[in-house]
Design a protein around this ligand. Structure first.
Ligand code: 5GP
Length: 196
């Protein structure tokens, strides 16, 4: 999506350790008109899919997912990160290794809010190694929910997550795929995506 790529070129900051900072429009301050355009693009890319719920993970996925849920006119559920080992059995539970914080989190979603009747669209801000998405897929599987697709704002194409998810045959639509980035020069290159 050109609009998002241009914004990343303009305001994204490449940090050491393969981290792209997009604090000024996604991860700290949120540009809601931009999120609305992204949501419309996912609506187009997932047209015809019977989505009845958006699923994301706290915290940074929530803002984008809320705007997407509004576009699809469905509720949004976010999986919660929990440090507690004493988890309530009324939750589905999995573990996720965080790319940015290098921690392992227990992640839960209440059985009340994710069920076998659900057809979910998973939304997240970044895709790196795919741990967050694998966790969300796990939760959906535990619930017996159908995953209709995955929408990602920024995929780092040089990390393994995209390949991992696509090899499962799931429709994955990343609105910007970073092919390479350089923390010394600040240069960012994107992968061409013909249908976007
Ligand atoms: P993964 O689980 O795919 O390795 O990493 C995805 C999660 O890590 C995302 O939900 C996002 O919060 C965070 N993340 C991974 N890479 C980056 C990055 O380069 N920049 C930012 N801002 N967050 C990232």
């Amino acid at each position: 999506m050109k609009l998002l790529e241009e914004r990343i070129q303009r305001d994204g900051i490449v940090r050491e350790g393969n981290v792209l900072k997009v604090d000024s429009f996604i991860n700290h301050q949120m540009d809601i008109p931009l999120f609305r355009e992204m949501a419309k693009e996912w609506k187009r890319l997932f047209a015809g899919k019977p989505v009845n719920k958006v699923l994301t993970i706290e915290a940074s996925g929530i803002g984008i997912a809320a705007v997407v849920a509004s576009e699809f006119n469905v509720p949004v559920v976010f999986a919660k990160k929990s440090m507690s080992i004493n988890l309530d059995y009324d939750n589905y539970e999995t573990k996720i290794q965080s790319f940015t914080h290098k921690k392992i989190y227990n992640v839960i979603v209440s059985k009340k809010f994710l069920t076998a009747e659900d057809h979910v669209l998973i939304i997240d801000d970044f895709l790196a190694n795919g741990c967050a998405l694998m966790g969300l897929l796990d939760l959906a599987k535990e619930a017996g929910a159908t995953v209709e697709g995955i929408g990602i704002a920024v995929e780092k194409g040089f990390q393994q997550g995209g390949e991992l998810i696509r090899s499962k045959g799931i429709q994955l639509e990343s609105l910007a795929i970073v092919e390479s980035m350089n923390s010394e020069t600040g240069e960012i290159k994107f992968r061409e995506q013909p249908h976007q």
